[in-house]
Design a protein around this ligand. Structure first.
Ligand code: 13P
Ligand code: SF4
Length: 329
């Protein structure tokens, strides 16, 4: 490709017309083969993205896959911190992100400078940070966790160990309750999607479908978790929906997971929950939905946008991520 053929990025992604006669699915498959590329997609992305992904998973599964694969190029369809984590785990691979402006309200709820000042108040504390953080926050942490392994990681530490847990206050409160770990200082951050499910809508769905189980992600606030019969990370909710004898489920997490739930359980019914701030809309993560077939096609074709993490920072962040991966085995 000539240098002048390289497209410009606008608003974090390549904006350019695509020939409407192209079959994007087969073009993507062809380029994946030619370039030895894989597509990793989070369960919250659009159905069409999950359909073409080589691996779909939650944050833990995606980190594990990013750490162990034979591809030369990883296209990460998720949000920015996830692609950054993949780059830290696979520094010699080219990591591409279809839209580099895929933010995360939870990752944005902790700022490096303020966090550094906060940590100074708690010398001797073990810092556990959720994977939904920037590389800078991970580099300031002792152990990274995801919602899949947070309970296991806290339980593996001595009961009297002093812990700082951040940035998700709901996950922190849930982990504290389940583990009974008293010495936990919890950062006051949160996800604006998981914090925005309508309690009234869950109650209404439950009234209409009394036999339905409510499945909730621990990033949800206590008033939602109190209504749930099962609480777990995205992959745990999926597994529960497959294994449960119940036929109907009310899902209090990002509704992208309904794609895999319906695929695995075609005879069961799944109900997404409306947003509490906008009654008639399904509560969803718009950043995850920025991943489309079109921008994955353009990303693979032009190998842009690429994710870079400064090596010294990446090395510091890697040790806390690796501690999590070791503890999750
Ligand atoms: P998990 O993928 O760990 O379930 O986390 C949910 C989430 O919000 C990811 O952004
Ligand atoms: Fe971040 Fe919440 Fe979206 Fe997950 S669902 S990526 S935590 S904003």
């Amino acid at each position: 490709m000539n240098k002048e053929d390289k497209p410009m990025l606008k608003n974090g992604h390549i904006e350019m017309p695509i020939d409407p006669s192209l079959d994007l699915r087969s073009e993507i498959a062809k380029m994946k083969k030619e370039k030895n590329a894989i597509i990793l997609a989070h369960y919250y992305t659009n159905d069409e993205v999950q359909e073409i992904a080589d691996y779909t998973g939650d944050s833990l599964g995606l980190s594990q896959k990013a750490a162990a694969n034979d591809a030369d190029i990883i296209v990460f369809a998720g949000v920015h911190f996830m692609a950054e984590t993949a780059k830290i785990l696979s520094p010699n691979k080219k990591v591409l992100i279809p839209d580099s402006e895929t933010g995360c309200s939870l990752a944005d709820s902790v700022n490096e400078k303020v966090f550094a000042e906060f940590l100074k108040q708690y010398p001797g504390y073990t810092v556990i940070s959720y994977v939904n953080t920037t590389a800078e926050i991970k580099a300031m942490s002792d152990i990274v966790c995801t919602s899949s392994n947070a309970v296991k990681i806290v339980n593996s530490l001595p009961k009297d160990e002093k812990i700082i847990f951040g940035p998700d206050k709901n996950l922190g409160a849930y982990v504290k309750k389940v583990t009974g770990h008293e010495n936990m200082v919890i950062w006051n951050g949160g996800c604006h999607v998981h914090g925005n499910f309508s309690v009234e809508h869950i109650k209404k769905l439950k009234q209409q479908n009394p036999e339905a189980e409510v499945l909730a992600h621990p990033e949800c606030p206590a008033e939602i978790l109190d209504l749930a019969s099962y609480i777990g990370a995205t992959s745990a909710l999926l597994k529960h929906s497959i294994e449960s004898k119940t036929q109907k489920f009310i899902i209090a997490t990002e509704p992208g997971i309904l794609y895999e739930m319906k695929k695995q359980c075609p005879n069961k019914e799944f109900y997404p929950v409306l947003s509490k701030s906008n009654d008639n809309t399904i509560n969803q993560c718009f950043d995850m939905k920025k991943n489309t077939l079109e921008n994955i096609y353009l990303t693979l074709k032009y190998e842009l946008p690429e994710v870079f993490v400064e090596p010294t920072l990446a090395n510091k962040a890697l040790s806390s991520i690796n501690r999590m991966l070791e503890m999750s085995k």
